[in-house]
Write a protein that binds this ligand. Structure first.
Ligand code: R5P
Length: 309
């Protein structure tokens, strides 16, 4: 393996324990303003220092991630379809290798849709991307995308992961399932597990723990971190499993402890803010207005958002 490729990979999968915590924030590339990821800059800022790498699109990287960050970027380079379009599996490579290098990508990520209408196109694209990226020592992460019509079982995921590895992917991302050891055992390159839809925090920590026990290097988790009411405690708890070898009970206990400490900080800063605000003065000469209060525009009110099917 070339020095550059090895070096980039070692920043994503830590050499000391062969583990990885990747934070996924690339959902907008087909979902648009996903719930709780409407403002990526706000979401990413407090979480960035707790992950080993960030999975991101070039648009969000440029607009919402500080260029002084030393967190490795796993750059999504595929796209072309949206949740309201005809077929999500119709993806192509949308980012040039030159732009990926300008963005100092530590790895490139793309989806393959094994068993779908566009299987051929996406698998050929993966092979081509690996050939191109290897010229520059950049590893490729293959995402085994799962459509509604495709199974999420060990048989299907083993097939999809193996196909990705055979095309030369350096890391494969897939979903956790029963008999996950089989998926890991039949894939010759490291496997990282997606978090999937938002589930209760303890369950997401259990998934993280199970995935590692079955042989995955870690998680590439998105919604179960930033859709949590407490994203920072959640990422810290997941990290404690991946890098601190905590079990699920210990990690969940840590999560709850961190959550219990959070409101105090918030309350303090809210108190500070309200102390700084000028109190309205009672003016005995001022006539009381009979006008009813006009409804205010609330900028924080949620806009309708699209979520994954
Ligand atoms: C999905 O297409 C994106 O690539 C996400 O990065 C991936 O699904 C992981 O995020 P989550 O943990 O939310 O499933």
């Amino acid at each position: 393996m070339d020095w550059g490729l090895k070096n980039r990979l070692s920043r994503i999968i830590k050499l000391q324990n062969n583990r990885a915590l990747m934070l996924a924030v690339d959902h907008g590339y087909f979902l648009g303003p996903t719930e709780k990821l409407e403002d990526p800059k706000k979401v990413i800022a407090p979480l960035l220092r707790h992950c080993d790498s960030l999975m991101v699109t070039r648009g969000v990287q440029r607009a919402s991630v500080s260029a002084t960050s030393d967190t490795p970027m796993v750059l999504r380079v595929s796209g072309g379809s949206s949740i309201i379009g005809d077929d999500l599996s119709q993806e192509d490579i949308t980012v040039s290798i030159e732009d990926a290098i300008r963005l100092n990508a530590s790895a490139l990520a793309m989806s393959i849709f094994v068993g779908s209408k566009y299987e051929y196109q996406t698998i050929v694209n993966l092979g081509k991307l690996v050939s191109e990226a290897e010229k520059y020592g950049i590893p490729v992460l293959a995402v085994t995308a799962v459509g509604k019509e495709l199974g999420k079982d060990a048989r299907y995921l083993s097939l999809a992961c193996r196909v990705a590895a055979e095309q030369g992917a350096h890391i494969v991302k897939t979903y956790y399932c029963d008999n996950f050891e089989k998926v890991v055992q039949s894939c010759p390159v490291p496997i990282i597990v997606a978090g999937g839809k938002k589930i209760p925090e303890r369950d997401a920590l259990q998934l993280t723990y199970n995935a590692i026990k079955a042989g995955a290097v870690g998680v590439d988790m998105g919604r179960n971190i930033w859709q949590s009411e407490h994203p920072v405690p959640m990422i810290k708890a997941a990290r404690a499993i991946i890098h601190g070898n905590l079990n699920v009970d210990q990690a969940f206990k840590l999560y709850k402890k961190l959550v219990s400490e959070e409101p105090k900080k918030k309350q303090k800063s809210q108190k500070k803010k309200s102390n700084n605000k000028k109190k309205p003065q009672n003016n005995p000469n001022q006539k009381k207005s009979n006008n009813k209060k006009k409804p205010q525009n609330n900028p924080n009110q949620k806009k309708p958002v699209l979520t994954k099917k």
